[in-house]
Design a binder for this molecule. Structure first.
Ligand code: 5CA
Length: 442
């Protein structure tokens, strides 16, 4: 992509409505635009990151055997009346009436809708287990939307729902998602700690929140110091294995949200206990028959008797993750994207647009990178180098390839690593070879 053809409305000034660094940087880097309180448009750069995160979440759900579908954003109130949640959900639910005066709502979550779909088709234990998920926009009329897309009113969520014949099956489904979440967050370069959590309005009695420690986090959390260093995927089983040992090993290391932390029962020595703030990027629940019972999700069991299915639900805040990744990964100059979610891998900077030699070399590098399918953003604007450096550092692409008249005289271009700041001078061919054939880790 050429920057002259792109839509990248970066801001020089720090917007004063933004209280946390991720919000400030997302606005400054031209990633999002607020259209109403807590409701955002995703501009091209931000949308690329959102889609990359979504794809990693999708791949890991698929690997765990979950099946993707797509449910509507608008739901009938009727289903929520049947489950008993219509009144309980209160003002957080955006309620709508259609032209026939029918009560509808913008879904804040989808337990009712998925249970209704499931029960319409699945009648026998032979069709179990099943885990169905979608990645869809949700709406919660939060009393205090804040920190940009971190706590929005409209937000993108991955929500999965498991259906099993008995508790043993449901526990295994829960453990699969537990492992899938650790794998997902690791691919996003995040250390997310599974913490014993309250299940709130979703309900149920087994629940973990996946928390990233950050000063700007909204909640207070408590955990064993070991979590800070732990390689969570060391000796991780595959999904076909017995997941119980892995699950027990991880859940035996203390970690709890404020609601679940009980100082009287926490056995950790004071110097072993970390008290910190955290960002919740995922939340998983086991709630048995809380929805299957009122909504009538019943299958015929092996003995011919009816069985009400056991359920769990599993959420990831896909849009919140964009901010959660920035919080621990930035510096004074801007964002530092992990390569797995970077909007482009390389920023090609022409330091003297209009100079015949610089233009020729940049065009050739740009063509070669495109041919090699390396995602490249080419700054071909006629601006001074300082402004180009500032924008490129702000938007945080993992690699910058700098082409200027001085280097070209000696036949070199410069490759800069955004994260380490390290710069190397090398020939065009070596730069290309590095960016195309070698797996560069930022
Ligand atoms: N039905 C369950 C699981 S599918 C559920 O709704 N869980 S949840 O309420 O915990 O939400 C799942 C995830 O969505 C949270 O862990 C969080 O990362 C994200 N999330 C929740 N509310 C917001 C919000 N207002 N803005 C951005 N992300 C949010």
């Amino acid at each position: 992509m050429r920057l002259t053809a792109f839509f990248l409305p970066t801001l020089k000034e720090t917007p004063n409505e933004a209280q946390v660094v991720s919000h400030r940087l997302m606005l400054r880097a031209g990633m999002i635009r607020q259209t109403s309180s807590g409701i955002y448009a995703w501009l091209p750069l931000g949308y690329r990151v959102l889609r990359k995160i979504e794809q990693i979440v999708r791949e890991e759900q698929d690997a765990a055997g979950a099946l993707e579908l797509l449910m509507p954003t608008i739901q009938p109130a009727e289903l929520w009346k049947t489950s008993g949640r219509y009144d309980d959900y209160g003002k957080e639910m955006l309620r709508i009436k259609d032209r026939h005066d029918r009560e509808m709502l913008f879904g804040p979550t989808a337990e009712e809708v998925i249970t209704d779909i499931f029960k319409s088709y699945v009648k026998s234990y032979r069709d179990l287990p099943k885990n169905l998920y979608n990645i869809q926009w949700k709406f919660r009329d939060e009393i205090r939307p804040r920190f940009g897309i971190m706590r929005g009113r409209e937000f993108l969520m991955k929500d999965a729902y498991s259906f099993d014949l008995d508790y043993a099956g449901a526990r295994r489904a829960y453990q699969k998602m537990f492992l899938a979440y650790l794998r997902t967050f690791a691919r996003l370069n995040l250390r997310a700690i599974p913490m014993k959590a309250d299940s709130g309005p979703i309900g149920g009695d087994m629940s973990h929140e996946f928390i990233i420690l950050a000063e700007t986090g909204e909640s207070v959390v408590f955990c064993d110091k070991r979590w800070v260093e732990l390689d969570v995927l060391a000796d991780a089983p595959s999904f076909a294995d017995d997941l119980e040992p892995f699950y027990l090993r991880h859940t035996s290391i203390y970690a709890a949200t404020e609601e679940k932390h009980d100082p009287a029962h926490c056995q950790l020595a004071p110097e072993q206990l970390v008290t910190a703030r955290g960002i919740e990027v995922g939340h998983i629940f086991y709630f048995g028959t809380k929805y299957s019972k009122p909504l009538g999700a019943v299958v015929t069991g092996p003995d011919g008797e009816p069985v009400t299915v056991e359920m769990g639900s599993y959420g990831i805040g896909v849009s919140r993750l964009v901010a959660a990744i920035i919080e621990p990964s930035h510096d004074g100059a801007g964002i530092i994207w992990p390569e797995s979610v970077a909007p482009y891998k390389v920023g090609l900077i022409n330091l003297k647009q209009g100079d015949a030699a610089c233009d020729t070399v940049c065009e050739a590098l740009y063509d070669n990178l495109l041919t090699a399918r390396v995602e490249v953003l080419y700054d071909d604007r006629p601006d001074r180098p300082g402004a180009k450096f500032a924008d490129m550092d702000l938007i945080g692409l993992p690699w910058q390839l700098l082409v200027g008249p001085r280097g070209l005289k000696s036949g070199t271009v410069e490759l800069k690593n955004r994260k380490t700041g390290e710069r190397v001078e090398l020939s065009q061919d070596s730069a290309l070879a590095k960016l195309t054939s070698v797996k560069l880790t930022a």
